[in-house]
Structure formats: C-alpha cells, structure tokens
Design a protein around this ligand. Structure first.
Ligand code: HEC
Length: 108
C-alpha cells in the first residue's frame, strides 16, 4: 500500500512537471507523508486517488474556494483536462471534502 502510494506520488511528480506546473507547487511534498499533507476526513482517499494522476495535491490545498467554485473546478477537470468522472456518490464525497477542508472560510 505504502509502496503504491509512493509510486503514484512519484508518477504525479513526474507528470506534474510534464504539465509544466511550477516548481513551488511541490515545495510542500513530503515523501514520508503518504497523503501529501491532506487532512484526514471522509473523502480524502477518493480525492487522493482521483486527483493525483495528473498533479500534486498542493495545487488543490493552496486554494480556498466555495462550493460553487469547487464544483466548477471539478467540471473543468472533467470536461477539459480529461479527468474520468467517478460515480455520483464518489464525486459528492470529493466535493464535500474540498468544501470542508479547503472552503473559503477555512484558515490557511
Ligand atoms: C487528467 C488530468 C487531471 C486530473 C485527473 C485532475 N486534474 Fe486538476 N489539473 C489538471 C491540469 C492539466 C491542470 C492545470 C490547468 C491549467 O492551469 O491550465 C490542473 C489544475 C488544477 C487546479 C488549479 C486550478 C488553478 O486555478 O490553477 C486545481 C485546483 C485542480 N486541478 C484540482 C483538481 C482536483 C480536485 C482533481 C480531482 C478531482 C483534479 N484536479 C484532477 C489536470 C488534471
């Protein structure tokens, strides 16, 4: 499990760099933290495995957005970036997790 996560993390690092995302996005990357600093909570696992394929979670964690804008981001990932949308239940878990932990009122 740890190994898989590490490999996925490295993959994300490599593909993330390939996408031309800026280096500071990875500054917080800690190889000892298998969740890359994502706070614990329902939906964390779903978010991690859905979003890590293309970029680090740092570009997610640096945002503070309301539910509408988070939803817009998910739609953008799905329609334009090629994110294969998960079943509705999983989508909702991810959206709830984003709003709870990276909502506009959450301190940085
Ligand atoms: C198939 C690849 C792919 C997947 C999977 C993916 N993304 Fe992205 N994401 C991208 C790319 C490419 C960019 C950079 C887009 C740009 O800045 O033009 C990006 C950028 C972002 C940004 C930064 C937006 C900004 O304002 O700069 C956020 C936030 C984000 N993604 C969230 C997510 C979340 C949450 C998930 C999981 C539900 C996810 N992404 C899954 C490809 C993906």
């Amino acid at each position: 499990m740890r190994r898989t996560v590490l490999v996925l993390g490295l993959l994300a690092l490599v593909t993330g760099a390939g996408w031309g995302l800026s280096a500071p996005a990875f500054a917080a990357y800690d190889p000892d933290d298998e969740w890359q600093g994502l706070p614990e909570g329902e939906g964390r696992e779903e978010l991690y495995y859905n979003c890590i394929a293309c970029h680090s979670t740092a570009i997610i964690q640096q945002q503070r957005l309301n539910r509408r804008v988070w939803n817009d981001i998910l739609v953008w990932m799905k329609d334009d970036m090629g994110w294969p949308e998960p079943p509705e239940e999983e989508y909702d878990l991810i959206l709830d997790y984003l709003v709870e932990h990276f909502g506009q009122d959450v301190p940085r």
